[in-house]
Design a protein around this ligand. Structure first.
Ligand SMILES: Nc1ncnc2c1ncn2[C@@H]1O[C@H](COP(=O)(O)OP(=O)(O)OP(=O)(O)O)[C@@H](O)[C@H]1O
Ligand SMILES: [Mg+2]
Length: 283
């Protein structure tokens, strides 16, 4: 019973993530926008990319756009003007494809980064002419999209592994450790005497995945060890892993083994949090 429920939840999420991946940065939306539509917009200012999501009033995917960026560090905006410029371009792109103007949006911050960073995120959003309705915390946004009431969300982005535990739909525990996708890149670069850019490119090349994964496996095991310690060896299940850094075929098996608990991953895990953020852009 429990297992069926788990699979069903990710099925719906996987469907939406696949739809998002099909339209992201393309020249078509999933359907034309009508006068009856109320759009919901999410903005994720991440350390490695900025993602813009447009949903309709039923949380169905309409469009998405993203750009790689280095305007954010450790979840905090370090280059305000770059963030604004990139977000402005993404908004423009979405408006051209959708044939309508975006008016409101929501943003997100890693938990515990404080009022100040929420304000900066809101400022970036408002600087491109959007009314910022709310700035939520990233794991809560991910959990909303995953329809998770109880469980553990592990978000492995560029710089960090964020662990959040939910009980009765509430975030009850959160921690963020400095090991993320960029550490995989550094290990790969060091091992092969490559530059960081070179290593980053090879890391994402599916044809080299076998060799790449053999080299970065200890980093994955470290991420699992971090999760294990943070949850005292008994993570609240289900354990759902999201974030761009987990885009390897063997990631989940390796991670689960080191964690000692079976974890699951949705398709296109880098888009989970951004879509969840957009779901808050409503009355
Ligand atoms: N195809 C891929 N294979 C392996 N790693 C990938 C792939 N695509 C992206 N990554 C890695 O994922 C990381 C970025 O993940 P994500 O987009 O979730 O981060 P972010 O939200 O921008 O950052 P953060 O959450 O840390 O602020 C980077 O380290 C990047 O190298
Ligand atoms: Mg992120």
């Amino acid at each position: 019973m429990m297992i069926t429920k788990k699979i069903n939840r990710l099925e719906k999420a996987d469907q939406q993530l696949s739809t998002f991946a099909e339209v992201v940065n393309g020249d078509q939306a999933t359907r034309p926008v009508t006068a009856d539509d109320t759009l919901r917009v999410g903005v994720d200012l991440g350390t490695s990319s900025i993602v813009l999501v447009v949903l309709d009033q039923n949380d169905e995917i309409l469009y998405g756009a993203f750009e790689y960026a280095h305007a954010v560090r450790d979840g905090l905006v370090v280059n305000f003007l770059d963030s604004v410029r990139i977000l402005g371009r993404l908004k423009q792109q979405a408006e051209t494809v959708l044939g309508t103007t975006l008016t409101t949006a929501c943003g997100a911050i890693p938990p515990g980064t404080g009022e100040g960073s929420a304000k900066i995120v809101a400022n970036v959003i408002e600087s491109v002419g959007l009314t910022c309705r709310a700035v939520v915390d990233e794991p809560t946004a991910a959990a909303r999209f995953l329809r998770l009431k109880e469980g553990t969300v592990v978000d492995i982005g560029g710089g960090t592994t964020g662990i959040s535990v939910f009980k009765r739909k509430k975030l009850v525990f959160v921690t963020d450790e400095a090991t993320g996708g960029s550490h995989m890149t550094m290990v790969l670069a060091g091992h092969n005497h490559w530059t960081t850019d070179q290593a980053e490119q090879v890391k994402r090349d599916p044809s080299q995945e076998l060799e790449v994964f053999a080299t970065i496996r200890p980093v994955v095991e470290k991420m699992a060890a971090i999760t294990k310690t943070a949850t005292k060896g008994q993570p609240q299940e289900p354990v759902i892993v999201v974030g761009g850094a987990i885009n390897f075929k063997d990631f989940i098996a390796t991670f689960s083994k080191a964690l000692g608990t079976a974890a699951v991953k949705p398709k296109f895990p880098q888009f989970v949090t951004p879509i969840g953020i957009a779901m808050y852009d409503c009355e």
